[in-house]
Design a protein around this ligand. Structure first.
Ligand SMILES: Nc1ncnc2c1ncn2[C@@H]1O[C@H](COP(=O)(O)OP(=O)(O)OP(=O)(O)O)[C@@H](O)[C@H]1O
Ligand SMILES: [Mg+2]
Length: 480
């Protein structure tokens, strides 16, 4: 903290080991911290209760008498915002992770490196000050005003909304283009919801995800026995969608042969099941989308020109997020409020610095990427606001924020010369575990599993993927 007017922060060290208290006090006193000490959890709690509450507490996990975890819960019940860093010996990481759930800011392993302890204290105090600074956060939107799920007041998005409004009254075919994650499907659904077809189905077909030889039967259905494997009759999407709206997503990935069939629906409004002779009338509105350059494909003759003109009656171009950065705060607030509504996170604020980083980033994955980043950061955030430190490293560094090497996990997990340093670390781990008398592998597996879970912010599916095991296997590792 560089604010010279701020009072000297007080740090309380709670540990039953005199030597640890002594050495930690020395390290912390070497900076501008006033250090007070307590030799047990009970006495530490008494000091917090009596007040004034310290700015930060270093709390030992394993103590005679009350455990650090118990003390942590007590202190947080007296003072829910109390900033606490746990101290733990190697091997008690399990407890430390549990403690993070009860609201510890971080934990440090013993024996500790003085520079690390100081950096940790400074980061914790800075985060706390940042959180206080956003206490008067005013969200840019209220989610209840946006039932559509679409926000954005930039002129380009306002234009999009205008066209959406104009095409809802008719059955005109709409082509939506734009980069991945810009909201093409959202716009398609919005057109449908506002149209007279709203009480009939909306069916989305991802043309890129269905193999060429199956797409025809997927769209138009097939008769029993029309090809090998067609053991029963099948009703296609167009038939199912009668009276409704069909969304042909990734239309640029459709084979020429299927393009011809789609053209027929558009021209005469009827379909034939594969292997069938009957012609069926269907009344379907088509909305198509692609992130491909269809004009170029028409020139290369990989997309039928006549179909192109049939689909491209009204064109909606979704602007990439980097061209409408004014919308970023609104999308951020929208995402946070919907996460809170779905009880997936409790964070509802963003610090001005973090918002600036989010606004500066180029978002190659557009709104979808921003949504994911907000979710991740909201889960990791420890207070009620997302701070710069909660944003993914790549986003911070792209925005020119210096990344500190002592930052927990993320940076340390990817050393530049991985090979030799991993070997060295493994040698140390092996040497220590060999003498501990416990089975080495189970212990190691559990420790790695816990780290993966922490790295993925508690998301078991992603942690399992990171480890290369199934979710069940991960749960077993953690339970052992
Ligand atoms: N303007 C917006 N306001 C709020 N959320 C949005 C907005 N635009 C898109 N989103 C959200 O971003 C995500 C991606 O949107 P959508 O799936 O519609 O994009 P897409 O263009 O179809 O992407 P892709 O090309 O990858 O299929 C969705 O979760 C959507 O709800
Ligand atoms: Mg899509």
């Amino acid at each position: 903290m560089s604010d010279s007017s701020a009072k000297t922060p007080t740090i309380l060290v709670i540990d039953d080991d005199t030597e640890i208290r002594y050495s930690l006090s020395r390290v912390l006193s070497s900076r501008k911290y006033a250090v007070i000490e307590a030799p047990s959890g009970e006495q530490g709690i008494a000091m917090v209760k009596k007040g004034p509450a310290p700015d930060l507490i270093f709390l030992d996990v394993r103590m005679g008498g009350m455990s650090g975890i118990e003390a942590l819960q007590h202190i947080r019940s007296v003072n829910p915002k109390q900033l606490i860093i746990l101290m733990t010996a190697f091997g008690t990481a399990q407890t430390a992770i549990e403690a993070m759930k009860y609201g510890a800011f971080d934990y440090v392993m013993k024996p500790f490196d003085p520079a690390k302890v100081l950096a940790l204290a400074e980061n914790a105090l800075k985060a706390h000050a940042d959180l206080r600074a956003v206490s008067d956060y005013k969200p840019s939107i209220n989610i209840d005003d946006y039932r559509e799920g679409m926000v954005g007041s930039s002129p380009v998005m306002q234009d999009v909304f205008k066209i959406v409004g104009q095409v809802t009254a008719s059955d005109v075919t709409v082509m939506i283009t734009g980069e991945s994650g810009t909201g093409k499907e959202l716009v398609a659904r919005s057109i449908w919801k506002h149209s007279h077809r709203a009480n009939k189905p909306f069916i989305a077909v991802n043309c890129a995800a269905i193999p060429d030889n199956l797409i025809e039967s997927e769209l138009f259905g097939h008769e029993k026995g029309s090809f090998t494997g067609a053991t029963v009759q099948r009703i296609g999407k167009f038939e199912l969608c009668d009276g409704g709206t069909i969304f042909l997503d990734e239309i640029g990935d459709m084979a020429l042969q299927t393009q011809t069939k789609i053209l027929r629906v558009l021209q005469v409004g009827d379909i034939q099941r594969v292997g069938g002779s009957e012609t069926l009338k269907v009344d379907v509105r088509i909305i198509a989308a692609t992130n491909k350059d269809l004009e170029a494909m028409v020139k290369e003759k990989t997309f039928r020109e006549d179909l192109y003109y049939r689909l491209n009656v009204v064109r909606i171009k979704m602007p990439p997020l980097r061209d409408r950065t004014d919308d970023v705060p609104q999308i951020v607030d929208f995402c946070l409020q919907s996460l809170v509504k779905q009880k997936k996170a409790r964070v509802s604020k963003v610090s001005p610095e973090a918002m600036a980083v989010l606004t500066r980033y180029k978002w190659p994955g557009n709104v979808r990427e921003l949504e994911n980043v907000i979710y991740r950061s909201a889960v990791i955030a420890q207070g009620d606001a997302i701070l710069v430190k909660d944003l993914p490293v790549d986003i911070r560094s792209a925005a020119g924020v210096p990344i500190e090497p002592q930052e927990t996990g993320e940076v340390a997990a990817a050393p530049a010369s991985a090979g030799s340093s991993i070997d060295t670390a493994l040698d140390t781990v092996f040497a220590e575990l060999k003498v501990s008398g416990e089975g080495i592998l189970p212990r190691l597996e559990r420790a790695i599993a816990q780290r993966a879970l922490r790295a993925e912010a508690g998301d078991e599916a992603r942690a399992a993927k990171l480890l290369g095991v199934t979710k069940t296997a991960l749960q077993k590792l953690l339970a052992d």
